[in-house]
Write a protein of this length. Structure first.
Length: 621
């Protein structure tokens, strides 16, 4: 026997392999997706940080330039500059530097001589860019320049200060691109920052030992990567555009080049959490595979052991023809003893009972047929018999007029015919129903059904008619709809009698007709009877279901067959002690294809040309 010839092995290996492949693919795709998402977010974050730094630096320098213009135009500063006294100008310079928060604040007289300076940076004494910017401002023109200092460079805006046509001096305001600025940029962007001028790193938030390697990345396009020490970084290089004023400086001037910012984040630190995710996924996958393998083996054993026992027994039954053969159980396996015992007991019980069940079923069917027929006849012929009895009662009195005799004979003949149709309806309950379609006056039909129920012997029950006189005739089987209404009203009458309230002022039963927006005719029978329990409400249309001792349970079942066979619908709503409402909806014109009764009954409808609307049946008390 080969490894895969056993059903147990095939189920086991297939289930285990499916579990391993599913879990492996799921873990791999999760790892790839998480890593790709983290890489994408890291690169996007570096680019956004670069854009933020560039915009912040541009906005900051424009702010300082505007502040320099405003301060240079202040009258008190002009008056102090007019004195050319450094002690007079210095307090104002310190005050305005503190207000705007600049790194450098320099005031000179018209000749370029230094009057005051404030801030953490001082004016470089021998920087050509600084000297050129002051000279240009002293000549009455604004100057933008880069000044060098020991820790980096300063972006400076120098503006002249005039009192009328006379030059009072110059005001220079600047902010630095040095180690302190790099620290501010790092806090702003949550990234490491390095500032370069040309290919020389001027300031960096990383150790100075990495400056040589960082200088090679100045001006790199797009998002790049670099390894510094034990960590790998993702970085972007962003130039900080700056257009100096005046003639180009010499090779040694800071104005000869454009400052550049390097923004970088540690890929190693940012993705370190992925290692934890990978380890957790790997451990979970291993445990899941192990559990799936054990479960696959258990399922394979559980499925195949009972099947093998049943199959062996069935082979013996087919060979011998002995339907009473018992299933022998194995006592070695622990997993399938319970299942095999249950299957054996069920199978053996079934084979022993087949013949008995067949005999009992045939007997029950015969008894059931007789019982159903007798109860249906007893239920459905009671009302016509009462009509016949009432007609005969009138003939007993002397003298009897010929017209009364003719009327009674007509009523008796009509009710006998109706009894014959009722017996046919009972038989039709389990076989196809034939509908006779013709124009029908629904209001006249309701009046006739109310008279029929009112003629029943027993306690009197009021039936109020609330009919829509604007209804036009519909095409349906009036006689069968009338039968359905009589069944509904009869049930309502019994419910009202069981819950009679002599003090009630309103009618016990109300029959209402109306038309829906879709053109369907609605007939509603509302009673103030005993109501229907919630447990019984779902079964009211079941054949032979009744809560009355003398009921047959066919009234509403036949009514539903008729209404649904004509393409309509019937529903019941009720509350115990509050009454019941039966709602019947009928189409304006029933068609042959709509005549499908409930259960197994079908209908074949044919219209009878020339038939008058329903309403000509005569009922007498």
């Amino acid at each position: 026997m080969t490894l895969f010839s056993s059903l147990t092995n095939r189920i086991f290996f297939a289930s285990a392999l499916l579990a391993v492949l599913t879990i492996g693919v799921a873990v791999y795709r999760v790892n790839v997706a998480v890593t790709a998402q983290a890489e994408s977010e890291l690169r996007r974050g570096v680019e956004e940080a670069g854009t933020l730094l560039e915009e912040y630096r541009s906005t900051l320098f424009e702010h300082f330039t505007r502040e320099a213009r405003l301060i240079a135009d202040l009258s008190n500063l002009k008056a102090a500059m007019y004195t050319k006294d450094a002690d007079t100008v210095q307090p104002l310079a310190e005050e305005y530097q503190h207000r705007i928060g600049s790194d450098l604040f320099v005031v000179t007289d018209p000749t370029g001589r230094l009057l005051a300076e404030a801030g953490r940076l001082k004016m470089p004494p021998d920087d050509p860019a600084a000297r050129e910017a002051i000279e240009r401002a002293s000549a009455g023109q604004e100057a933008l320049s880069l000044w060098r200092h020991a820790g980096g460079i300063v972006q400076v805006a120098s503006v002249p200060s005039f009192l009328g046509p006379e030059l009072m001096g110059t005001v220079s305001v600047g902010f630095s691109l040095d180690q302190e600025a790099a620290a501010r940029f790092k806090a702003l962007t949550n990234s490491e920052v390095a500032i370069a001028l040309g290919d020389q790193i001027q300031a960096s938030t990383l150790p100075i030992a990495f400056n040589a390697e960082l200088s090679r990345m100045v001006g790199a396009a797009g998002v790049g990567s670099i390894r510094l020490g034990e960590s790998e970084y993702v970085l972007v290089s962003r130039k900080l555009p700056f257009t100096p004023s005046g003639a180009d400086a010499g090779a040694g001037s800071a104005n000869a080049t454009v400052p550049t910012a390097l923004i970088f984040r540690s890929r190693t630190d940012r993705l370190r959490f992925l290692n934890i995710v990978h380890r957790e996924l790997a451990g979970t996958a291993f445990l899941a595979v192990l559990a799936a393998t054990l479960l696959s083996y258990g399922v394979a054993r559980t499925v195949t052991r009972p099947l093998g026992t049943i199959t062996a027994t069935m082979r013996e039954m087919a060979a011998t023809g002995d339907l009473t053969r018992k299933i022998t159980l194995s006592t070695n396996a622990r997993w399938d003893d319970e299942d095999a015992r249950l299957l054996a007991a069920t199978f053996n019980s079934m084979t022993q009972s087949i013949a008995t069940f067949q005999r009992q079923a045939a007997q029950r069917e015969r008894l059931s047929s007789l019982g159903r027929l007798s109860t249906v006849v007893a239920h459905e012929i009671r009302n016509p018999l009462m009509i016949i009895k009432a007609a005969l009662r009138g003939l007993k009195h002397e003298p009897v007029a010929p017209s009364q005799v003719r009327s009674a004979v007509a009523d008796i003949d009509e009710e006998v015919s109706r009894l014959n149709r009722l017996v046919s309806d009972v038989l039709d309950f389990a076989r196809p129903i034939t509908f006779d379609l013709a124009p029908v006056d629904v209001n006249a039909l309701c009046e006739d059904a109310a008279r029929a129920v009112g003629a029943t012997e027993g306690p009197a029950v009021d039936i109020a008619l609330d009919l829509d006189r604007g209804l036009t005739p519909i095409t349906t089987d009036g006689e069968r709809v009338r039968l359905a209404l009589v069944n509904v009203l009869t049930n309502a009458r019994h419910a009202v009698i069981a819950h009679a309230d002599p003090a009630a002022a309103a009618p016990h039963i109300r029959l209402v007709t109306s038309r829906t927006r879709a053109g369907r005719v609605v007939i509603e029978a509302r009673d103030q009877g005993i109501g229907i329990n919630a447990d019984d409400l779902a079964r009211v249309f079941d054949p032979y279901f009744t809560t009355r001792r003398t009921g047959t349970g066919l009234g509403l079942a036949i009514s539903r067959n008729i209404v649904e066979g004509l393409g309509g619908s019937i529903s019941v709503s009720s509350r115990p002690g509050a009454g019941t409402e039966v709602r019947i909806e009928l189409p304006a014109a029933a068609a042959a294809e709509d005549g499908i009764a409930a259960g197994t009954a079908t209908a074949e409808a044919t219209a009878r040309p020339g038939r008058k609307p329903f309403g000509g049946v005569r009922w007498k008390r």
